[in-house]
Design a protein around this ligand. Structure first.
Ligand code: DCP
Ligand code: MG
Ligand code: MN
Length: 360
């Protein structure tokens, strides 16, 4: 709901209207359309009054105000607050938390801080919270970015990226991981794994991705960056091996929409979340396992590794070895396998599972 305060400065029922509007916003949020409408009508009535309404009786005599709303108007006029509103605002905290957690890069601690500051809606955040650029982008495109992407659209978006990538460097290989590789009908985002034969460090792929992103941005495919590729120290892997952002399919590649059906107005492009992950050939197998998931399957694989005295992460399968250094015993991690996905399964003693069998 929008709070149009302009012109209400002189209204004698300003405070009552403000609190009823908060109730109205609450009912809108929980999709109680009937009460939302009742509150809207009551607010409209109060706006037209030249004097302050302070009693239940006076309120009840007005059009569109029933006995329960009349009692609330008296309570507000006498106490300047509404008890019902206080617990209404606490009830849906779980719902609010859930809403806030779907903003990019927002975890429970950030979301709870906002709730403690009194923010309850995305609108509250946009208007009152101190937001990072990413949070703002992510809230402004909240509905888009939280809409599942149909499998065919992931396929089309990937084909677009693939074509540009091949023109830039045909020796670089791209693959869609995540839920798409598991065969899902729809995905939350597009996870593109980028690799190249003979690479030992993801840093070797950074110039390629930088150039690809520049081209994709110029073509209108990339529309926002959420996590940038960081400058990279050669020979070192770090935060620079991933990029997160948003994309849309440029219009000329979206010919299957029949414009005549909706009066020549082309359909709106939905913003999609897209991730690029740079993976050297030496780590490709471990990265495939990690980025194919799902997260629960990954957890069980890691647990299995630890039971066998090994460690699995997105870069490889390692074993702990005891060494003597100057007569002091130290445990060191030694890479067992990183390159070959199937071999990691073998070494862990698990039967190979196709990506679409890895949902837990
Ligand atoms: N992953 C993980 N643990 C996490 C996050 C991710 O193991 N906390 C791995 C498993 C996921 C993969 O990374 O399958 C990709 O992450 P996404 O968040 O993109 O998840 P999915 O692609 O599986 O699902 P969605 O369709 O929601 O994107
Ligand atoms: Mg995904
Ligand atoms: Mn992802």
């Amino acid at each position: 709901g929008t709070k149009d305060k302009t012109g209400d400065a002189q209204n004698p029922n300003e405070k009552t209207i403000e609190i009823l509007q908060s109730m109205c916003d609450y009912y809108t949020r929980i999709n109680d359309n009937w009460r939302t409408l009742a509150y809207r009508k009551a607010i409209a009535t109060l706006r037209r009054q030249a004097v302050k309404i302070t009693t239940e009786e006076d309120a009840y005599r007005l059009p569109n105000i029933g006995p329960r709303l009349a009692a609330k108007i008296e309570e507000i006029a006498c106490t300047n607050k509404l008890r019902r509103l206080e617990y209404a605002n606490d009830e849906p905290v779980d719902q609010v938390l859930e809403t806030f957690l779907k903003i990019y890069d927002v975890g429970t601690s950030r979301a709870n801080k906002w709730i403690a500051q009194g923010f309850r809606t995305l609108d509250d955040l946009l208007q009152k919270a101190d937001l990072t650029t990413n949070q703002r982008i992510s809230i402004e495109h909240y509905d888009d970015l939280n809409t599942r992407i149909p499998r065919e659209e992931v396929t089309a978006l990937f084909a677009y990226v693939q074509r540009e990538a091949a023109q830039l460097d045909a020796s670089v290989e791209l693959l869609v991981g995540g839920s798409y590789r598991r065969g899902s009908d729809s995905s939350g985002d597009i996870d593109i794994i980028v690799t190249k034969k003979g690479t030992a460090w993801s840093a070797e792929l950074v110039p390629f991705l930088e150039e690809l992103l520049t081209i994709l941005t110029r073509k209108g495919f990339i529309v926002a960056t959420l996590t940038a590729l960081h400058a990279h120290r050669p020979g070192k892997d770090g935060p620079g091996s991933k990029w997160h952002g948003c994309c849309v399919l440029p219009r000329e590649d979206n010919n299957n929409n029949n414009n005549s059906e909706n009066g020549g107005e082309p359909p709106r492009q939905i913003w999609r979340r897209i991730d690029f992950l740079l993976v050297p050939e030496s780590e490709y197998g471990a990265a495939l396992i990690y980025f194919t998931g799902n997260d629960i399957f990954n957890r069980s694989m890691r647990l299995l590794a630890s039971k066998k005295g090994m460690r699995l992460n997105q870069r490889g399968l390692y074993k702990e070895v005891m060494r003597s250094k100057n007569r002091v015993k130290v445990t060191e991690r030694e890479l067992v396998e990183g390159r070959d996905e199937k071999r990691i399964f073998d070494l862990l003693g698990v039967k190979w599972r196709e990506p679409w069998e890895r949902w837990c």
